[in-house]
Design a protein around this ligand. Sequence first.
Ligand code: GMT
Length: 377
Amino acid sequence: MGLNIGITCYPTVGGSGVVATELGKLLAEKGHTIHFITSAVPFRLNRMYHNIFFHQVEVNQYSVFQYPPYDIALASKMADVIKREKLDILHVHYAIPHAVCAILGKQMAKSDVKIVTTLHGTDITVLGTDSALTSAIKFGIEQSDAVTAVSNSLAEQTVDMIAPDKQIETVYNFIDERVYRPIDTAGHLKNEYGIGEEEKVVIHVSNFRAVKRVTDVVKVFARIAEQMPAKLLLVGDGPEMTVVCRLAESLGLKGRVLFLGKQNNLTELYAISDMKLLLSEKESFGLVALEAMACGVPCVGTDAGGIPEVITDGDNGFVRPIGDVDAISEAAIRLLSDPDLYKQIKQRAMDSVHERFHSSDIVRQYEAVYEGLLKEA
Ligand code: GMT
């Protein structure tokens, strides 16, 4: 029987919002009714579904308040939706503020709705070290009815950092295989970007926060470009952009590094890319690696967080220590210059997405979490 499921996430561009929205869409396709309770329409919610509803959290800027009360407005909206739509499940992404808001919303609604919290990383790896928020994160996790993390690494890190009295189950991220797949751009795009047929294309996609170590991406690319004709596509924007631009210039890479800014149609960019670099120092999963692999683009990543659970070194890509530009460059150059190895790793990259992260398996795992809670009740 279809369930009434509320979903709260940050609706902006970012892995957690993408996963939450894709999950909502696939659950709706399986007959559940989905209620997004968010501050804006999730950006991936790009078509109409008769059983997906959007409830906007309005945050007003009152001059008497120093900070806009997003958390309280969200909890209040959650309470309204829990009551009116008779939610069975409220699935929130991020412990703070979303799990804490859900607990408050449930109390306001005097309801028995089950709260499922998915941890995505930043709340634990960054905020968990901020002692001002540790108690709130612990509370959000412990008072949720079920808690999932997007990798074993994140689940273990959460236990190490805040020792919550709660079991945390790993449910990996997934991609929509109908969107992320190899496509043929017949070389048009490569031409339009002025990339030669013989040039290797390296891609990096992120929000250019310092933890993504985009400067290492540029340093590794400089080594690659010494060995073969190549271009680097930098996709995204963020706080480190100026530093990255300056580094590319100082390494004499002007014209070889293309700054594409934020882009939506990543499959078209992956179609012209030969390899992706994901060199973060913190990464609970690395959804962008999975997206690239599904499109047939093998990745070289660091051993940060959950990356080694997505990229298996020597099987579907390469994993090297964080910041080890020499070792990363050696692996990248080897991958790009050995056609047999490349073919084998590329195939394994595509196969492993289907074997280990298939959307239908992951959605089923979330349904099992929901059903388990409702059976207990
Ligand atoms: O990486 C970011 O800066 C964005 C952040 C988010 O909230 O979307 O990403 C986190 O969640 C993604 C989806 O689960 C993961 O793929 C990313 O690895 C994770 N980022 C970090 O842990 C730094």
